[in-house]
Ligand binder design. Structure first.
Ligand code: ADP
Ligand code: ZN
Ligand code: ZN
Length: 755
């Protein structure tokens, strides 16, 4: 019987079926990587998806090549994960493959030669061990004595033995490159049958894996209880949320759970937001788990990534992968532990290219589907996760006190409008903040000043009464489109003219707001000429090295004041910081997003968490024009749960997640008019099926990128409707719509669960 294989290729299209060569039937299995021809000349690496007996409807069926490696490159579980990703996030399996496998594992070429040349060749290495006959100290000593006349070989053998720990002397091995002797002496020892050499792929780690159990920090009573509670909950739940305030020692709890997992031979995946992947955390984890730790992030070379992938694909468990979101695609033995630290962080969501996945949600899915466990940790959990914990879907464990004698810092809210009226404000600083900076500098302590990047989305505010322009339908701030002089809602497209007078106090015209870190730095230099000041944001951290230098200089107290965007508030532990200033909380509160309040709360709490991490009592000063804003009050009272309650009730009213699910569509084309017509038509088609669940089309904040115009549409599906069915309907609508010749070239990207 003829066998066929559906093959996944790293291309956006789908439906590639090939005949399986007779000699390969029974050898090819799903997940294997094979070379396949495509088009007149090209050869690609494809992944076998399904094997079946149904010939495709088209003629001229071509044959697959032989497997590139003898074991599947993608496990059955990974294939199931890829299928879920493509279905859930509405992209092709090819899109998933393109992203999930490092380039070096996806060779292609115009001839077999080119293909195999491009092919990933793992580094091979020579390993040495004692010959099997030499299995006790007596034999070894005799052998050494027998080399008395060839001193160089004798010395080489002694040097070899010296590199192995005593208990591994007779069964251990070492990479040849570690033995610092002339190669000819080693060759002779091999010829004499004293040493044995094997060549194989070098492991990601040198030498033996660090012994277990590792030396762990001992837990406090509260931490131990939390750890036991987590283990207990894992007996019935795939997912547990650890809600622990900053500095409560969540990392120490992870370490204990990881250790147990590794001891039973499992591997652990530990995800952190990209920016927290700094040396600080890696060092802390490596200090405990040594070479079992495999860091995985976007700064590795493609070759390094391919090596790690192959290693995990090939080896048994026992590793701890510490990675940014893309580590979720690494091959993993099932029934292991997945940790997502700072689970509320939006950088776990990929937005710029397909698959537009959320690594936290993937981790939860993986744990549920394959009997693994998923631990989400945060000081300020996302509302979705907290909601899931309260409804019993996830287990919930709390840690409410900081480790040791550290206390949560004292939070002061400073009113910018009142300060301005009293003449107690200099440019962007209220007097109280300036005084406090001066005192902190005088005391030889450090300061962090936080200015949100998102402040660049311009909104308008009345400088007199603090009124801001908001959308009547969406509960978000309106964004100023300066060129047209109008205010727009980026959710529903509502627009209003820029008011001439403030509608609240009828005084002056409301003013555009938003200022950046660079300006702040400049002013600080003027105000505190003797202070050592540095800035960290996307502009200054162009390289990892630069970023790390600033971070380590600050840690070494070579810098007094660090100004930065949200990248400075994630996970750092700087004991010298006793003052944290949030320069403009209004930027956070007024961002046009239904998650603005939640994010503002999370960022302010996280920023506050940087202060007073040792026993000194830290201070946090928040500057705002809206001191009575409920979120500001909730931050001051550190009342996470009240924040969640108010946000949930607002979201229920406006039907936002978790009470609905969203799909964002972004349309892109050079021709603005064509794009508008296309978007209008698409929205019309969508309304036929989805009615008033469709919002837009509307222009985003950045309306033109690289000469192409953008237009957005939002689809909101309430919880009680089937999300999967809505996605199928949407896919059909999009397919029919794109059949229109005119719209062929309009690029549509789909973002499921936009953040
Ligand atoms: P979180 O991740 O919850 O913010 P961390 O794990 O970073 O908290 O802990 C904050 C600080 O307290 C760190 O410097 C950490 O080393 C220390 N710490 C926490 N728990 C312990 C412990 N059980 N033993 C020793 N140090 C601890
Ligand atoms: Zn609106
Ligand atoms: Zn006003």
């Amino acid at each position: 019987m003829e066998l066929f294989a559906d093959i996944i290729l790293p291309l956006s299209g789908s439906g590639y079926t090939y005949r399986i060569r007779e000699d390969l039937s029974g050898i090819l299995v799903p997940g294997m990587a094979v070379s396949v021809p495509l088009g007149p000349r090209k050869i690609y690496l494809g992944i076998v998806h399904r094997i079946h007996t149904k010939p495709p409807s088209y003629g001229n069926i071509r044959e697959t090549g032989a497997p590139v490696w003898d074991r599947p490159l993608v496990s059955t579980e990974q294939l199931a994960f890829w299928e879920w990703l493509s279905e859930y996030y509405m992209c092709s399996l090819g899109d998933v493959m393109r992203f999930a496998l490092p380039s070096a594992l996806k060779p292609s070429g115009f001839s077999d030669e080119e293909f195999f040349q491009d092919n990933f060749k793992p580094r091979r290495e020579r390993f040495l061990s004692l010959a099997p006959g030499i299995d006790n100290p007596t034999r070894l000593n005799e052998t050494i004595d027998s080399l008395a006349r060839t001193k160089a070989q004798q010395a080489a053998l002694i040097a070899f033995c010296g590199l192995l720990p005593e208990e591994e002397l007779f069964d251990g091995e070492i990479p040849m490159k570690r033995l610092d002797v002339r190669p000819e002496n080693i060759r002779k020892l091999i010829e004499r049958g004293i040493l044995v050499a094997v060549d194989r792929e070098s492991p990601a780690t040198d030498g033996r894996l660090q012994a277990l159990p590792p030396t762990l920090p001992s837990l406090t009573e509260r931490q131990r209880e939390a750890k036991e509670e987590i283990s207990r909950l894992f007996q019935n739940k795939a997912c547990v949320l650890l809600h622990g305030i900053t500095g409560s020692g969540k990392t120490e709890i992870y370490m204990h759970l990881i250790a147990r997992e590794l001891e039973t031979g499992h591997s652990v995946l530990y995800l952190v937001p990209e920016i927290a992947m700094t040396a600080q955390l890696v060092r802390r984890i490596q200090a405990v788990f040594g070479n079992r730790v495999i860091p995985y992030h976007s700064h590795l070379t493609d070759r390094q990534r391919a090596e790690i992938y192959r290693k995990l694909n090939r080896d048994e468990g026992g590793y701890l992968v510490l990675g940014a979101r893309s580590a979720i695609f690494l091959p993993f033995p099932t029934r292991s532990l997945l940790i997502v630290d700072e689970e509320h962080d939006s950088s776990f969501k990929q937005t710029d290219s397909a698959p537009r996945y959320h690594a936290r949600d993937c981790a939860v899915w993986l744990a549920r589907s394959f009997g693994a466990r998923c631990l989400l940790g945060s000081a300020t959990p996302s509302i979705e996760s907290f909601h899931n914990a309260c409804s019993g879907k996830y287990g919930l464990v709390r840690l409410t006190e900081r480790y040791g004698s550290a206390r949560l810092p004292h939070i002061i809210v400073s009113d910018t409008i009142r300060a301005a009226k009293r003449g107690e404000r200099k440019t962007h600083f209220n007097k109280i903040l300036l005084d406090s900076i001066g005192e902190t500098l005088a005391a030889g302590r450090q300061i962090m000043l936080f200015q949100n990047r998102r402040g660049f989305a311009p909104y308008v505010e009345c400088v007199r009464c603090g009124w801001t322009a908001r959308c009547p339908q969406c509960s978000v701030t309106l964004t100023l489109h300066k060129n047209e002089g109008v205010l727009r809602c980026h959710y529903c497209g509502y627009s209003a003219p820029l008011p001439i007078r403030c509608p609240e106090c009828h005084a002056d015209a409301p003013k555009p707001c938003g200022f950046g870190t660079e300006k702040i730095e400049e002013e600080l230099h003027r105000l505190f000429p003797d202070a050592r000041i540095a800035r960290l944001d996307r502009d200054t951290s162009t390289s990892v090295r630069k970023f790390e230098t600033t971070v380590s200089d600050f840690a070494a107290r070579k810098i007094d004041i660090l100004v930065g965007t949200q990248i400075i508030i994630k996970g750092f532990d700087f004991p010298g910081v006793s003052l944290v200033g949030i320069l403009n909380a209004d930027n956070l509160l007024n961002y046009p997003d239904f998650r603005a309040s939640e994010r503002a709360f999370q960022q302010m709490m996280q920023a506050a968490g940087r202060a007073g991490r040792t026993d000194d009592c830290g201070e946090v000063i928040i500057q705002t024009a809206q001191p009575d804003n409920p979120v500001i009050r909730q931050v001051r009272e550190e009342n996470y749960e009240e924040m969640v309650r108010t946000q949930l009730s607002e979201r229920r009213i406006f039907s936002y997640p978790p009470f609905s699910r969203l799909i964002g569509l972004s349309l892109k084309h050079r021709d603005h008019e064509l794009l508008s017509i296309g978007a209008e038509m698409l929205v019309r088609d969508m309304r036929n099926h989805f009615g008033n669940r469709v919002f837009g089309p509307h222009t985003p904040v950045v309306e033109r990128i690289g000469g192409e115009w953008l237009m957005n549409v939002l689809l909101k599906i309430e919880r009680k409707k089937s999300f999967a069915e809505a996605k199928r309907t949407l896919a059909n609508i999009l397919r029919d719509w794109s059949l229109d010749e005119r719209f062929r070239k309009i690029f549509v990207s789909i973002n499921v669960d936009p953040q």
